[in-house]
Design a protein around this ligand. Sequence first.
Ligand SMILES: Nc1nc(=O)c2c([nH]1)NC[C@@H]1CN(c3ccc(C(=O)N[C@@H](CCC(=O)O)C(=O)O)cc3)C=[N+]21
Ligand SMILES: [Mg+2]
Length: 295
Amino acid sequence: MTARVLDGVATAAAVKDELRARVAALRERGAAPGLGTLLVGDDPASASYVRGKHRDCAEVGIASIEATLPADASQADVAAAIAALNADPRVTGFLVQLPLPPGIDERACLELVDPAKDADGLHPTNLGRLVLGVDGPIASPLPCTPAGIVELLARHGVPLEGAHVAVIGRGLTVGRPLGLLLTRRGIDATVTLCHSRTPDLAARVREADVVVAAVGRPGLVRADWVRPGAAVLDVGITRGPSVPGSSKVRLLGDVDPAVDAVAGWRSPVPGGVGPMTRVMLLANVVAMAEAALRP
Ligand SMILES: Nc1nc(=O)c2c([nH]1)NC[C@@H]1CN(c3ccc(C(=O)N[C@@H](CCC(=O)O)C(=O)O)cc3)C=[N+]21
Ligand SMILES: [Mg+2]
């Protein structure tokens, strides 16, 4: 067997087409959506992700507003930049690119974002709404990677209702909110949320119809861990050694490529969950701009 590909590039393109029409409708009503980004410091991977987000915005007609601060910015500097984005009428949604430099309190910064402009869905109010399972008075933004994973599976016809999902990783942006999303009424998966202290991780993965690996350890999920036919989603991205004779670095996922011989579905790295994460950010910005028009 060779696993079928959960194609994040094609799926994100289809979602973008739908968003383009909604953006055009918003513009006609004088409510042009705008994404703000705050990048602190000069980590090359973070800078490249932020550039990618602005490129995505241009593709669907969303304005983008870039704020940057130097690596030695203080907590007060970051707080002031967040306050400016909260107040900027061009910005209908924004994100603070993570990770922030050492010495900056990430959680404190996330709490300063206006929940109605929280494009990442990581403000405690929005995470709380995810726990409660309600859509608030504003369209509650969902964390982008979990939302992208659910969308990627749905658009390939992989069922979640009644499925047993093993999520590996309990981080703020992926594992923890994904567990909450998958167990919502209407999605109805059963979730085992695994982490670095889970005894016998291989056995937990073997029980799963759907496996999501979000750890950042290359090749962690091995072929003999995977139930034949399972869907395996790879969220890990580790920059490996450069490709010989090229300036390009190899991107390594958390899933051993040998899993392809066993799994029914697999999302690749690159080209799987990453593009879906990016497009769900756009979807949040559009939904928040639409919500801002409602009385
Ligand atoms: N506030 C905040 N929100 C985030 O959503 C956020 C963040 N901070 N910090 C970093 C992580 C990481 N992340 C990725 C998004 C897209 C790709 C992506 O498109 N990856 C390409 C490969 C791109 C490459 O690395 O060369 C792919 O998988 O095909 C990867 C990683 C969002 N994050
Ligand atoms: Mg189990």
